[in-house]
Write a protein of this length. Structure first.
Lengths: 151, 150
């Protein structure tokens, strides 16, 4: 279980993941060696999964981001696995999520512009196996991003 | 910004683990450490790397449920988008808000301890937002980030 110090460390680290260890320890009111021990414990027990860089796709010329909500043909026993395996091979897919609800799978797809998106959609997405229905939501703006979880 | 093959390989490694030392990256890519630093610095300056994310195991933090909500505003024109956005931004359980075009106006990512906690958030916080009309909830079962077109 996490104690108060673990939670303080995670809260500050979540707000600023590349904060130096000495600053993190100071804010969490502990010493760098204790903070470092706590961090390595939380890494090994899986509380901290990973640290990854966030890529701004627009800076690389991918101006369009679309959320595709997919319903699968559930009469096909392997529909989920086959669909997800095939979706992994589409480079423009940056995220794959599965759901319980009206939507089965959601893909986040980036494209350079609308013409590029149309091509990706027709050639790479609609050819994925076992699709029953697809709905598209076009991103206009992000109002709040990666706000972090309440710890 | 146009990436070369080395930039791409470097970004892919950093997407897996942003905590790697320049020494480890240099060894992996068969380059010198200063060359790695220069490339990372440039990727940051050009805005390609926009930050670092800490990925936590939500279950271990006692947050067992993540729900995506699609929200359609009921009285467009009468309720300002700014009022809605300001109110929804202030809800701590709402991690992410996207303004979208299509079936819904907004897409929200909400975390909760369990389903009954989610019900509390939904009834007390979300349903009371100004202008909320149609609402659809989907419970997240799994998610994976892909490297994307690099």
């Amino acid at each position: 279980m996490l104690d108060d110090l673990d939670r303080r460390i995670l809260r500050y680290l979540q707000a600023e993941p590349d904060m130096p260890l000495s600053d993190l320890a100071e804010r969490a009111a502990t010493t760098p060696s204790v903070a470092s021990r706590r961090l390595s414990r939380m890494r090994s027990d899986g509380t901290i999964v990973s640290k990854t860089v966030l890529i701004d796709w627009a800076a690389l010329g991918y101006e369009v981001e679309v959320s595709l909500r997919v319903t699968l043909d559930k009469t096909q026993p392997r529909a989920f696995d086959a669909f997800i395996d095939a979706a992994r091979d589409v480079p423009e897919v940056i995220e794959i999520q599965t759901f319980l609800g009206r939507v089965d799978v959601r893909l986040s797809v980036v494209a350079r512009d609308m013409a590029d998106y149309q091509q990706v959609y027709r050639d790479r997405i609609l050819t994925l196996p076992h699709i029953a229905e697809v709905e598209a939501l076009m991103h206009v703006a992000r109002i709040k991003t990666n706000a972090g979880v309440p710890i | 910004m146009i990436l070369d093959e080395t930039d791409r390989a470097l970004l892919r490694l950093l997407q897996q683990d942003a905590d790697q030392s320049a020494a480890a990256l240099a060894k992996n890519l068969d380059m010198s450490q200063p060359a790695i630093w220069r490339r990372i610095k440039r990727l940051k300056e050009e805005g390609v790397i926009k930050g670092v994310a800490l990925n936590l195991n939500r279950e271990k933090l006692g947050l067992g449920v993540t729900v995506f909500l699609g929200i359609k505003l009921a009285t467009k024109g009468r309720v300002s988008l700014e009022d809605f956005e300001r109110a929804v931004k202030a809800i701590p359980e709402v991690q992410q808000i996207e303004h979208v075009l299509g079936l819904y106006d907004y897409r929200l990512r909400v975390v909760a301890r369990d389903i009954s906690d989610f019900e509390r958030v939904l009834r007390r916080r979300i349903m009371t937002l100004p202008g909320v009309g149609d609402l659809e909830a989907n419970v997240l079962l799994s998610e994976e980030k892909r490297p994307g077109p690099i």
